[in-house]
Every structure is written in C-alpha cells, then in structure tokens.
Design a protein around this ligand. Sequence first.
Ligand SMILES: C[S@@+](CC[C@H](N)C(=O)[O-])C[C@H]1O[C@@H](n2cnc3c(N)ncnc32)[C@H](O)[C@@H]1O
Length: 189
Amino acid sequence: MNNSLFYSPLSKVLLSVMCWYGPHVYLNEFIRENLCGRIMEVGVYNGENAVRMVRAAVKGLPASEVEYHGFDFFSSYSTERIGRKLDETGCKYTLFEGNTMDTVPEAAGKLRAMDIIFIDGGKSFNEAWSDWEGSSRLMHQGTGVFVHNVDFSGVARMVTSIPRDRYDVKLFTPQFEGKVALIRIKSSN
Ligand SMILES: C[S@@+](CC[C@H](N)C(=O)[O-])C[C@H]1O[C@@H](n2cnc3c(N)ncnc32)[C@H](O)[C@@H]1O
C-alpha cells in the first residue's frame, strides 16, 4: 500500500469528513461496556449511526429491551426511511421530528433517563446549549453524554459553559475525527 497517499493531507481531510457521519466506535464501546439499553441521539441524519448503536446494545441485551430515541428535522432522510432501518433491529424506537430546540426540551419532560446520549445536531451555541440542557435532564448517575464536533466554536462554548462542580467533562480526539466530549455526573453529587 502507498503510505504517502494514506497519510496525505487530502486523505486526512476526506477521512475526517467521512467520520462526521462514520462509525463513532467510542459510542459502541461505551454501549457494550455499560450494557446500555436506552439510547438517545440528537442529529440522526441517515440513521446509520442509530442502527450501529442499537446493534452494539443488542449484543448485551434482548432487542425488546433496547430503546432508541432520535431527534432531527428528518428533511434529508424521512422518519419512514429511518424507521425501516430501525425495524430490522427489533428495538423499540421513537423519532422526534422538528427543531431540536423545541423537541428535545419537550421530550425531556416525558422520557425516562437514558444510558447514553449522543449530541450531534446543530452546531451553533444556542442549538448546542439547548440540546445539552434538555439532555442533562435525562441523565442518571451512569449516563454518558457524548458531544460531537467540539471543534466548532458554538459547540466548544457550550462544552466550556458546563458547570464543572456538577459534571465531569473529558475531551478526547478519536482518530480522523474532531474533538469529542464525554460528560458524566460527578460521582460526589
Ligand atoms: C452531523 S449530522 C448527524 C450525524 C449522525 N449523528 C451520525 O453520526 O451519522 C447532523 C444532523 O443534525 C440535524 N440538525 C441540525 N440542526 C438541527 C436542529 N436545530 N433541529 C433538528 N435537527 C437538526 C441535521 O438535519 C442533520 O441530520
């Protein structure tokens, strides 16, 4: 294999763009290690990541005990299209259509706490902060909230604004992906 091509700046850019929508392996690892059954994703896009997370969850739990809750405009990929993909996994799911600044806070008042939440919707500060605030209401002591694209200024500001006296915030950089934050409730709370 020609390594110079693999490591060229162009291939790095291409790989990082692909990974915006690609396999976020850290999510699947967290799901398997923590036997997550209640999964939420803010920003679903084509549903491939949704299916991957559910498939990771059913390795440890019966499909009937796995729930996926996805939030998006569903303008590029309709709820029917995403639903057909999720139907194949046998999990239970709900798809919340509309602006997450409306749908996430509304759902946070109705849903039970999640085991894992992936925030990967709008990248402005107002969107990211609203998505975080709603998500934070759905955390239990073991919930992992992953925030994608912390390199975006609005998302970075949101992550910086999270109160460190209540939450542990860890930043990491998966290969070929931008910065990601993992937020958990501080164990002393
Ligand atoms: C980066 S994609 C999500 C990718 C997906 N999480 C994955 O890993 O493949 C971002 C998605 O967020 C949605 N989105 C962005 N801002 C939104 C908003 N304010 N309300 C609802 N959906 C939004 C877009 O429609 C898009 O599908």
